[in-house]
Design a protein around this ligand. Sequence first.
Ligand code: A3P
Length: 315
Amino acid sequence: IMDSSQSSSDENDALINDLPSAMFWDVMQIKKWQGFWFEPGLIKCAMKFNSSFDAKHDDVLLASSPKTGTTWLKALCLCILHQNHNIPENEDLLTKDNPQYHVQTIESSIYSTKPTPDLYGTSSPKLFHTHLPFSFLPDSIKNTSCKIVCVARNPKDTLVSLWHFFNSIFRANQEPYPLEKAVEEFCRGVHQYGPYFENVLSYWLESRKRPEKILFLKYEEMIKDPKGEVKKLALFLGKPIENEEDLEKVVWRCSLDRLRNLEVNKNGSVIYGVPNGSYFRKGMVGDWKNYLNSEMEDRINQTTLIKFQGSGLEF
Ligand code: A3P
């Protein structure tokens, strides 16, 4: 006799099995579910999240398409929500572990290589993250006053960052994956959590309808005016930072240079099967210019124009 969760899990396996398939970078099978591409294990977790996550009004969800500034946003929200700004420099949470560990990506928790708190069981307020598009969120998140902070980034820089990241994971001692192919797959949306365009747009449109619920940040604006954006973020989260010195502290603590050089991010520790250090690269706006030729640039620009047309979203 099977219990009902077992039979629904078997039904989900059968459903996932029948979904359209593609190979990502010749190494990872991905499947298309409700308009987006994922590896099958993630779909199961996304289903569980959607059907059984019970958000409380004081929970905070961070949302982002991969490689758009997730790690940075996780670090910042951690400092704003869970830390006294006067904590000594070498004792803050970021020195203990990678932001990816402190703020879990809910649908990836099964891949975590370390024991992590159960987001379905722990008490509120919870700070957690998802790469899933808005439409995938459980009703308890959509319909309570639980806040959402989204970060998004220029598609060309996102693609270049994605390309480096997957090269480091899938092709460590090989030639990089052909960039033209990566661009094409990105534009067609056939990649983990893709299409990027619809994923980002889902939060953008919702943030325009409900600005009190969803704060939409842009990576480029955070780079340009980190203190201003952190101030805005802290205010939105209900933990305003008035003091200039505290603002500077948060910005510095979460800066790429500091995080990259912390022992915990250098010594080979791993989360989600990925070395902690691989979340930190250049953090530059416009790095795409060093990689994309004019055909690739046009291909992404054209796609962006079509997808974001009329939405008011620009990078
Ligand atoms: P680049 O590959 O362009 O350098 P994600 O965290 O969503 O995976 O995004 C990774 C990108 O954010 C990488 O971009 C990485 O270098 C950059 N990044 C990571 N931590 C950062 C920080 N603290 N400040 C600014 N950028 C950061």
